[in-house]
Structure formats: structure tokens, C-alpha cells
Design a protein around this ligand. Sequence first.
Ligand SMILES: [Zn+2]
Length: 414
Amino acid sequence: MKRKTAKTMAILISVLMLIALLPVTAFAAEPGDVCEINGVGYDDFETALEAVPAGGTEQTVIKLLTDVTYAQLTVIINKKITFDLNGYDLIFTNRLRIRSNSHIDYTGTGSFEINMVVSDNGTGLSFEALSVQGGSTCKIAGITIINNSDGINQSVIGADCRDPGSSVVVNGDITAAGNENSYMNYGIFANNYGNVTVNGNIMATNYIIGVEAYTDATVTVNGNITVNRNIANANDGIGVQAYTGGTVTVNGTIDSDAAFIRVFYVYMDKTDITTPTTKDGYFTYSLYSSTVWVKDPCANGHDWGEWLVTVPPTYDDFGVEARVCDNCVETETRTVPKLVQDNKTMLEKFNEAIENGDWYYNEDGSITVVIDGIEYVFTSKSGNYNGNGTLFCTVNGVEYKLDRNAKGIKGVKY
Ligand SMILES: [Zn+2]
């Protein structure tokens, strides 16, 4: 009897041990799970991250089973993880640090982003939304970091990438905004051979550098970089900065209300182009081994606007007209022929313009008649624009008058 009981207990203990082992080894995903790895469900994301083995070369796939918002500061060391979004969003709302030959990417529809608001009021703190080091790589859909704290001398960084073999690909935008008491903020900080590609735009606000490439780092931005200083006490801020072998390629535009570019401690504006260019189709801004290339939007020709008369011609002098490229600052001018010294023709032109409707009332009641793009203003000598009185315009010493009756308007030589 005693032996039998012991045996029963042993069986019972074995069964209990099996049950204890099952949840982490063989249970399929069930309701309440947020993700799964190889068919094994996890009801919290942190446990799934911890379950990924370190080392090896194979990517471990974490498949989302619901939207996941993850608020922990995350450090991934020597792990290879592919997030299968499976139609869901994976949003980190805290820092994501990727270290020691880790490879993080995503697949499927949905979004993998960092969307972080800084509220820590500590002094001199630095917050990098994404930090990739030690030969690690990360592909992510977008990064936003906003400093809402009252902290002094803080720094926020959208993406920080450093060390040989380290790379970051951001398929969407990077938005980074410091607070009013910032030390210095960065959209991207790349250092020591780090490599960053942004396929969207970079929007950087408050005492900030849009992109910095330091010590042989390379950065490519396929969208636009917008830097908005937007802060009263900021004395600095730069669109793109390159130092000691850093290179940056911008395939969109740089729009900065602070400095445009700084290469090896030298500020350069849009026109400080290094010639000849070292990249076809790009403007080069280079000093020593550091270079910023900005795509020339007009490499295949300018996109000209309409010709507009800037100096109307007279009977004695040629006029000038100009057109401006929609994509750059290039302006082209050409002369406009002198007016023909033919009063009858002028009169005919006035009548023709009026018949064609090339005239309009001005706010004060005067009437402008437009001939060949030139505006002739008919005014009242008395200053009274009420009623149907006559208006006058003197062209080259000849006075013309305009009858303002309701039935029609005639230009008549006076
Ligand atoms: Zn142009």
C-alpha cells in the first residue's frame, strides 16, 4: 500500500513536471498570445524577445498576433530577429539598443517603428531612439523622438549608428525634436564607419543637426531634410554636417533655417559648391576627406516657369523679362523689344485689348488695360471714380481716354 502510494506520487510528479515544461516548449499559440516563435505562443512580448537564442546566423522569426506597443528600454545583444508583422504594428515607445552583431529586420504588412516621447527632467541626459553598434544592423519603418521634458542640456537622437559593419535602414521618416533647453540634438548621428540609409524624410526641430556623419561614417537620405531651429535661444543648428571622413548623400533637398551644411568645421551655404563635382548629377560640398553630395534637381535641365516682365519696355528703352526655375534658384532674363512708335497702333492695341477683355477694375476704381503683358492704368483726373466719367492714361506723351459707360469701353486718342 505504501509502495503503491509512492509510485502514484512519482507518476503524479512526472506529469506535473511535464506540464511545467510544456508552455515554453510545445504549446501552440492560443487566445491572449501577442506573438509566436515557430508556432509557440507568448502572452507577453518581453518573454518572446528573451526566448530568442543568442549567437548563430539564423534569423529567429517573431510573428505578431496582435498590435504590440512595447514601453521597455530594450537591449538586444547578439541576436538575429525578424519581426513578421503579419498585418499588425510593433511600436517601441522607449529606446531600442542593438549590440554585438545583432541583426534586426521586419517583414509583412504593418509597421515596425520607434515612437518615443521623452519626459525625464534630468540634467545632461542623452536619449537615442535607435542605437545600433558593434557590427549590428537594423531595418525599421520609422522613428519619432520628441522631447517634452523640462530637462536642461538634454540631447535627443533619432538614429545613432556606429562601428564597422553596423547599418541602419529607415524605410520611412525620422522625426526628432529637442526641447527648449537642449544641448544638441540629431536626426541621425553616424560614427566610426556606421552606415545609415533613410528612404523617407528627416524632420528635425530645436537646436539640431539633421544629419551628422563622423569618422568614415556614410549616410544616404533619399527624401528631404528639413531643419527648423524654432527656438529663441538657439545659436546653432545645421542641415548636414560631415567630419573626418564622413560622407552624406542627399537625394532630396536640404531646407534649413539654421546653417545649410558644415564640412570639417567650415560652414557652407548652397552656393559654396566644390568644383569639379565628385559625383555626377550632384552638387559637392567637400573639405579634406569629408563630403556632402546634394542631388542637383536640374541635372537634366531646369523646370522653367512663365516669362514675366520685370522692366516694361518704353518707346526709348528695351524692357526685361525673367523666368525662374521651379526646382532651383536659377533665373534667366532676356530683353523685351522697345514699344513701336506708332500711335495709331497703340490706339488699336488699346481697343483690341478692351474687346478681348484684357482689362480689369482696380480697387480705387481706376482701370488697368493689359497689352503684351504690360499694364496701363487709366485714372481719373478729378480723383472721382463715381459715375461714368472718362479715365485717362498717358503713354509716351500721348494721352488716351477711356469712356466708362456701361455699354462698352473704348480707347480713344485724345
Ligand atoms: Zn533649376
